[in-house]
Design a protein around this ligand. Structure first.
Ligand code: BEZ
Length: 211
């Protein structure tokens, strides 16, 4: 059964390039990203892992920990990490799970047999501090993911979690947000001191509250 939004993110213990990780304990009370790679020494993943390493400060600023998973064993991961550092001009700074028995991949339904019954697709799970799944995303093996978009979604999720606003189509950081329907006009007046604009009773814009 695939994981859906709001489901509990399965816990696991796994060997990684940074030692043994007990997933929920490792996440602590912050946010997490778990993302899968078809296999080691594959070209697209090499670029993705390098790009994610370079975004470390962006993830830290948002209290997000990142962990990758690939079904190859740890010794293979270590060799690949050297290649990533060399070719992407970076230093890997987050753990990569070795999942040769595919236990993590199976738990998170990352193997899609119509694509490949041995390797994972390019899955992304964003996990909230409550250990619930907040975002699922599945890309084909041949398409590298857009981590700017993943950061954008995390910003949106955190605005909803902490400020009770949603984000409109193509929203970018700094643009106006939408007050969630659960907030009444009276509450909005108190909660959003910079005011709000009512286009329709269900469509109310306010400046981004954390800017
Ligand atoms: C990869 O880098 O994982 C990949 C590239 C082309 C086709 C399929 C996978």
């Amino acid at each position: 059964m695939p994981l859906r939004l709001g489901d509990d993110a399965p816990d696991f213990t796994a060997e990684t390039t940074e030692g043994t990780v007990r997933f929920h304990e490792w996440l602590g009370d912050g946010w997490g990203i778990l993302f899968s790679h078809p296999a080691d020494y594959t070209p697209v993943c090499t670029t993705e892992l390098g790009a994610v390493a370079k975004l470390k400060a962006e993830f830290e600023r948002r209290n997000v920990k990142v962990i990758g998973v690939s079904v190859d064993p740890l010794d293979s991961h270590h060799g690949w990490v050297s290649d990533i550092n060399e070719t992407q001009n970076t230093t890997m700074n987050f753990p990569l799970i070795a999942d040769p028995d595919k236990s993590v991949a199976s738990m998170y339904d990352m193997i899609h047999p119509n694509e490949d019954d041995k390797a994972t697709v390019r899955s992304v799970f964003v996990i909230g501090p409550d250990k619930k799944v907040k975002l699922t995303l599945t890309y084909p093996a041949s398409t590298g993911r857009n981590f700017a978009e993943i950061l954008r979604v995390i910003d949106s999720l955190q605005l909803t979690a902490y400020h009770q606003v949603a984000t409109p189509v193509n929203w970018e950081d700094g643009e106006d947000c939408i007050i969630v329907p659960a907030v009444t006009d009276e509450e909005a007046t108190e909660k959003f001191p910079r005011g709000f604009t009512t286009i329709k009773p269900y469509l109310r814009y306010t400046p981004q509250p954390n800017k």
